[in-house]
Ligand binder design. Structure first.
Ligand code: AMP
Length: 520
């Protein structure tokens, strides 16, 4: 049988796994490592590098090294995430004519899904070299709170990479599968996931083998990188104080400081103090300047405690949505590399008044869960585990005076389908406009616009007479579909869907063609 894989497409690292019998196993990358930096770059000679190679040359080529692309998936140029990236990252972003976001890589402007596709393509290649055969199908994970645009963008990436997506599943759901929680037990679980760039909290219930997500919440802008940046700020402040030199404008130096900061942070999960040495970080007429600082775990905790606290309101909200108290949680699972930090473990333990479960590898567990899900979907698992997820955001439409009417509420189990009747407001009205949105705000304009639909070809009738049933559907991948039917004639109405962002099918085909000809 053709091999199927599970892929955790992470903000900082990605991981790919498969099922060996009933055991999920991580596939090593071409360098023999179990996780791959989600980094893409292009060298001055035009060579494209992915993963470890791209990461290794990042500090000599920061402008053409793209990191943390996941934060920009499905985002517009004027989004908060894009503006933050412009501030923080050495690479450049550009705005397409329709407001979409493009990333500058060499002389090209490339969309975020295309960059992610390069990472997926590399992961696919690693699996193919491992198995010695082609791999064309995958289960891919996304943060639980990803909206429709972000899920769609992830699917587009897979298509560009030549992978058929069997299912998009939420990362915390995959993690619970990966932890192999005894599905015969009934339990309520909290999954606290802090990776490189995003934070998610998900509350799940396992009931007779059914995983039911009760509530999810999170922040796309809270993760390991914020911890790194705190160390970077501390180091550059100290440098400024001691040497009166401001490193904040020197992108090359900053990149080196950032790498050293991340390394120190990792070390401090296992030791109580570490040395940060960066020789020749700056040259002045009187000679070279070096960074040489000692960082203790205690100091790191002081610098970053508030970042852990920042995750608490999201947990409170999820508990409230699920109508639960912290004491009602039976198991706490930690996911994502950042949760290796002892401070997180102890603060979460205090919050839930319960020790989190013994750590497996928090950066491999999601991919392993995705592989298990692929096994379930392919019917390879003996005891079928049903998997139910919920939609993280409410889905609805705009009505008069900028009002947002929710049609499918957040935390509804997916797949789901709801139909709502519409009618006309004018005599002889032949067309009805429906604006579909996702979000929790009362004002339509404050939610994410998904699409505008024109229901055309309505038969001539007085106002309020035609009944048009519009069906809102969220599939198992969390992707939204809308269709309409004229009840009187029983005819399906023609709907023009104008996606308001992301890549069109034609654009994706063009990208695939361009890749086949070997151009960037
Ligand atoms: P992930 O996206 O789940 O692979 O998480 C990556 C994040 O975890 C990065 O910010 C890493 O710096 C961080 N990380 C990895 N290992 C450790 C560790 N031992 N201690 C603290 N943070 C870590």
């Amino acid at each position: 049988m053709a091999k199927v894989v599970g892929i955790d497409l992470g903000t900082t690292y990605s991981c790919i796994a498969y099922m060996e019998g009933t055991d999920p196993k991580v596939i090593p990358n071409l360098d023999g490592l179990l996780t791959t930096p989600s980094v893409v770059s292009i060298t001055s000679s035009g060579e494209r590098l992915i993963g470890n190679l791209a990461q290794r040359q990042a500090f000599t080529n920061p402008k053409n090294t793209i990191v943390a692309i996941k934060r920009l998936m499905g985002k517009k140029y004027d989004s908060e995430e894009a503006q933050e990236t412009i501030q923080r990252m050495p690479y450049k972003l550009a705005e397409a004519a329709n407001g979409d976001l493009m990333v500058e890589l060499g002389s090209e402007k490339i969309s975020p899904p295309e960059i992610s596709a390069m990472i997926l393509e590399y992961m696919k290649k690693c699996a193919e070299s491992f198995f010695g055969e082609e791999v064309n199908e995958a289960v891919i994970t996304v943060p639980a709170h990803f909206n429709d645009h972000q899920r769609q963008a992830t699917k587009d990436s897979a298509r560009i990479a030549g992978l058929e997506v069997l299912r998009i599943i939420n990362e915390p759901t995959a993690a619970s599968l990966g932890y192999g929680l005894n599905t015969n037990e009934n339990a309520t679980i909290a999954v606290y996931d802090m990776g490189g760039g995003t934070f998610d909290i998900t509350l799940l219930e396992i009931n007779d083998g059914v995983f039911h997500v009760l509530a999810t919440n999170g922040n796309t802008y809270l993760g390991g990188e914020d911890f790194d940046n705190r160390i970077v700020d501390w180091l550059t402040d100290e440098f400024k104080r001691e040497k009166e030199i401001d490193l904040s404008q020197d992108k090359l130096a900053l990149q080196r400081v950032k790498e050293a900061a991340e390394k120190a942070k990792r070390e401090l999960s296992f030791t109580s103090e570490t040395e940060i040495n960066l020789p020749f970080i700056y040259s002045v007429d009187s000679g070279s300047k070096h960074i040489q600082n000692k960082l203790t775990r205690q100091k790191l905790e002081e610098l970053t405690k508030d970042l852990v606290e920042k995750s608490f309101p999201f947990i409170d909200q999820a508990l409230e949505d699920a109508n639960l108290e912290p004491e009602k949680i039976d198991d706490v699972i930690l996911v994502g590399g950042q949760t290796r930090m002892p401070l997180i473990r102890s603060m979460i333990s205090d919050f839930f008044r319960k020790e989190p479960k013994e750590q497996i590898n928090p950066d491999e567990i999601v991919a392993m869960g995705a592989a298990i899900q692929s096994g379930i979907l392919k019917g390879e698992m003996k005891d079928l585990i049903l998997l139910l997820d919920v939609t993280p955001l409410s889905l609805g439409i705009e009505t008069e005076k900028d009002q947002f009417i929710q049609i499918i509420e957040k935390n509804t189990t997916i797949p789901t389908k709801k139909t709502r009747a519409f009618t006309t407001v004018e005599h002889d009205q032949r067309r009805v406009r429906v604006h579909v949105l996702q979000g929790e705000e009362e004002r339509a304009s404050e939610n994410m616009s998904l699409a505008r639909f024109d229901l055309v070809g309505i038969e001539s009738a007085p106002a309020g007479v035609p009944q048009i049933d519009v069906t809102f559907e969220i599939d198992a991948d969390g992707i939204v579909k809308v269709s309409a039917r004229d009840v009187a004639t029983e005819r399906e109405q023609h709907i023009e869907v104008k996606a308001s962002s992301g890549l069109s099918s034609e654009q994706i085909d063009k990208i695939i063609k361009r890749q086949e000809t070997g151009e960037l």
